[in-house]
Design a protein around this ligand. Structure first.
Ligand code: AMP
Ligand code: MG
Length: 495
């Protein structure tokens, strides 16, 4: 590809002072965004600020700023930045729609002292030209929920957008009832989605598609530019990143809930936390979203849906893959088909690690299959089942004393002995793959209820556990036990 109009400076001091944001995105094309302002708020007040994230990003001035809450709710400008909403499209539950940030503002790009570039975005900051019939607002509960879940994902070592702050707007938000409004400030490698490519492709401006694709490759997969076929290499890289991301979700029982193409980041991060949740009892059919009545985005469907979304990305890229349409389709098809074997091998390795098997051995897939069938038939707790396999002392449920489970545990031990797998090494692999803490719905809901009444202690307890989810913190024993049955639990979208 020849075009190179965008030179992304690596040195943060190159264009502007250290605490200023950059805005390379707005120099691509005016059709990609709309300049917008946040809705006016009388007295925005901070609920939570992520000091450790601010430190990690080198946002020292912001951390110490006396008007931090006003900046992080869009009431005061962040330096010279001019906020904008991004345009995009997307397949929502399989249907194409033109969208865009209907309740978010991108303040700009922060380049860290290590030269890493991140978008800083406000969510819940008021209507934009893309709001359609929405009010542009978000509830305190939904924004704190995104804060908790995204920070938990980060603690678990899973690529994700991060949460910098939540600020109460003081504005009412009308949902099932009147609720408190809030703005979340989030940080992501970018907010370029599969749906952004769909939006650009439907404009039928080949030069723009080329420029936009080049920008994305340069920003997220710069090594692909060295490849003889950069666009093909880019598509293959996104396929690999998504396969790996979804596999990580499956490792911890995370269900995204709305895997529309507009909610899939091409950088391979988990973004747009809506009706997502962590599964308790194992069931491939688990759905928490109240609007996913068909189970399109159920736990066990996340990999095929990711592949479906990637096929949409590939379609958008067709004109750049080859001038000959048939050849382009063939190349796209090859990339998309590679998802299945890649994902399967990642998944098998992931399950091996959960079982403490360091490398493929004969018979391992049989045990993985037996265990999966057993969990599906008994709906045993996904997280605690692996603790029960680590040691007998962690078997604290009747299910783990059934003949079926004991046989699986015995077969696994036998297999490891047969292959001379060191017990201590095996245990360490299990401890690194199987979290002690996941933000179960019950704990999250309790913390959100309390936060509404300005009691933030439960929220901070969850966030403490979420920082070190592979350890059991002795002062928070309640967060590692099982909540009572939550089989009817539902999370609501668009809140
Ligand atoms: P989501 O499913 O949350 O990713 O949102 C899908 C689309 O709806 C995006 O374009 C959002 O910006 C938009 N949207 C969601 N909630 C609202 C709202 N309350 N007001 C305006 N737009 C919204
Ligand atoms: Mg979204």
């Amino acid at each position: 590809m020849s075009c190179s109009i965008l030179i992304i400076p690596k040195n943060p001091n190159y264009l502007c002072s250290v605490q200023e944001l950059q805005s390379t995105y707005t120099s691509i094309d005016s059709r990609l965004f709309s300049r917008e302002k946040a809705i006016a708020m009388q007295n925005p007040t901070e609920v939570i600020f992520n000091g450790s994230l601010a430190t990690q990003l080198g946002l020292t001035h912001l951390a110490e700023h006396p008007h931090r809450a006003a900046i992080l709710s869009g009431q005061r400008p962040w330096g010279n930045s001019i906020p904008f909403a991004q345009a995009y499209a997307g397949h929502q539950f399989g249907h194409f729609t033109n969208l865009g940030d209907g309740r978010a503002l991108l303040l700009g790009e922060w380049v860290t002292p290590q030269a890493d570039r991140f978008d800083i975005q406000l969510k819940g900051s008021g209507p934009t030209r893309y709001s359609r019939r929405g009010d542009g607002l978000a509830t305190l509960q939904a924004m704190l929920r995104e804060y908790i879940i995204s920070e938990s994902m980060h603690g678990l070592g899973i690529p994700t957008s991060r949460s910098l702050s939540v600020v109460r707007t003081g504005l009412p938000v009308y949902r099932e009832s009147e609720m408190q409004g809030a703005v979340l400030a989030r940080v992501a490698k970018s907010h370029i989605r599969v749906g952004t490519f769909e939006y650009v492709a439907q404009l039928e401006d080949l030069e723009l598609l080329r420029t936009f694709t080049h920008y994305t490759i340069e920003r997220h997969y710069p090594d692909c530019l060295k490849n003889e076929h950069p666009v093909q290499a880019f598509l293959q890289s996104v396929v690999a990143a998504q396969a790996s991301l979804v596999c990580e979700w499956m490792r911890v029982g995370f269900i995204h809930g709305v895997m529309n193409t507009d909610n899939m980041s091409v950088a391979g991060e988990t973004i747009d936390y809506g009706p997502c949740a962590f599964m308790n009892g194992f069931d491939f059919g688990t759905v928490f979203s109240s609007i996913d009545t068909q189970g399109r985005y159920a736990f066990g469907r996340q990999a095929p849906i990711a592949q479906w979304n990637l096929a949409v990305l590939a379609s958008a890229l067709l004109p750049l893959l080859d001038q000959d349409h048939d050849k382009a389709v063939k190349l796209a098809q090859e990339c998309i088909n590679s998802f299945v074997p890649l994902y399967e091998s990642l998944y098998e390795n992931m399950m091996r690690r959960k079982l403490g098997i360091p490398k493929p051995i004969e018979g391992d897939l049989i045990i993985i299959d037996e265990l999966t069938r057993w969990m599906q038939s008994t709906q045993a707790d996904y997280t605690q089942t692996f603790w029960a396999l680590e040691s007998k002392s962690q078997r604290d449920h009747d299910l783990y004393f059934t003949a079926e489970f004991e046989k699986i545990a015995r077969d696994l031990s036998e297999l490891k002995r047969l292959h001379n797998i060191d017990e201590q090494e095996s245990l360490e692999i299990m401890l690194a793959a199987n979290p002690r803490f996941i933000p179960r719905n019950r704990w999250v809901e309790d913390a959100l209820q309390a936060a509404q009444l300005c009691d933030y202690e439960p929220l901070h307890k969850i966030l403490d556990a979420a920082k070190q989810p592979y350890l059991k913190l002795s002062h928070l024993p309640e967060l590692y036990s099982l909540p009572e049955d939550q089989s009817n639990y539902r999370t609501f979208c668009g809140t």
